[in-house]
Design a protein around this ligand. Sequence first.
Ligand SMILES: CC(C)(COP(=O)(O)OP(=O)(O)OC[C@H]1O[C@@H](n2cnc3c(N)ncnc32)[C@H](O)[C@@H]1OP(=O)(O)O)[C@@H](O)C(=O)NCCC(=O)NCCS
Length: 188
Amino acid sequence: MFAISLGDDGAELRPLEPWQADEFFANIERGRDFIGRHIGLPDRAKDVASARDFLQAYAEKAAADAGRIYGIWEDGTLVGGVLFRTMDPAGGTCEAGCWLEPSAVGRGLVTRAVTVIIDWALGERGLHRVEWQVSSANEPSINVARRLGMTHEGTRREDFLYQGVWQNTEVWSVLASEWHKHRAPSGS
Ligand SMILES: CC(C)(COP(=O)(O)OP(=O)(O)OC[C@H]1O[C@@H](n2cnc3c(N)ncnc32)[C@H](O)[C@@H]1OP(=O)(O)O)[C@@H](O)C(=O)NCCC(=O)NCCS
C-alpha cells in the first residue's frame, strides 16, 4: 500500500483500515497500559473484533469526510497512529489525536506524523483550525501540542470521568495562518 516517509529512520505513515485489525490489536496489546493511562482507546480494541469495529467506524467517518485514521509503521511493525477524531470541512475545524506503543516513544514519530496530517488538513483541504484536547495530566501529549506550535486556549475543569477520577481537559489549537508560519523555512 502507499506510504509517506516520516524521515531517514524508515518510519512510515500509511492508511489504517479494517482489514488491518490484527495488526492494530497487536499494537494496542503491546501498549495497553501505557496507551490507556489518559485515554480510552484500548477499551475500543479489547479483542480483534472490537479493534475491527473501531477501524470500521473510522472507515465510515472517512467516507463521510468526518474523520480519518493513519498508522505509523517502523521496520514493518505498526507502532502507533494519528487521527482526526472529528472533522468538519464545512465548518473549517478538526480535532487531532495520537498514540504510540512504549517502544516507539521519544523519537518524534508522532510529532512528525501529526505534522503530515495537519499539512493536509490546513493546506490541501483548506481547513481553518486544528484542535488538540488532552488531559492536563498527560504531559507527553501536551509537549506534542507545544512542539507543533499550538496555543493553549484554556482548560475545561473536571469534564471527563476516566477510571473513576475527574480529569481536566486542556484545549490547544493551531490556526491555518499560524501553521503556515510555523512550517515556513526560518527566515522566510
Ligand atoms: C502522547 C505520545 C504519543 C507522545 O509520545 P512522544 O514519543 O513523547 O512524542 P513524539 O513521538 O512526538 O516524540 C517526542 C520526543 O522525541 C524527541 N525527538 C527525537 N527526535 C525528534 C524529532 N525529529 N521531532 C520531534 N521530537 C523528536 C523529542 O525530544 C521528545 O522527547 P522528550 O519528550 O524526551 O523531549 C505518547 O506519550 C503516547 O502514546 N501516550 C499514550 C496515548 C496518549 O495519551 N495519546 C494522546 C492523547 S491526547
